[in-house]
Design a protein. Structure first.
Length: 73
């Protein structure tokens, strides 16, 4: 069975040649910091390094802590 592929037309919108690095860097830094904060709360938010008093944060991220292999109990 033959397939017909339409040739590109001149009216098709052109894609940008490449994404400018200056547009990516701020978002990469932002998400990098966000991931470090998340990693802190999952891996180290307990005991002497605790920022939030109580066990609430620890209990919320408890399964992720075990999944990632951080020491817990
Ligand atoms: Zn545990």
């Amino acid at each position: 069975m033959a397939q017909h592929v339409a040739p590109p037309t001149a009216n098709a919108p052109a894609l940008p040649a490449k994404l400018p690095i200056g547009a990516i860097v701020p978002w990469a830094v932002f998400f990098g910091i966000l991931m470090l904060v998340l990693l802190y709360f999952v891996g180290a938010e307990q005991g002497a390094t605790s920022v939030v008093a109580g066990e609430d944060v620890h209990e919320w991220v408890h399964d992720a802590r075990h999944l990632l292999g951080f020491p817990c109990h």
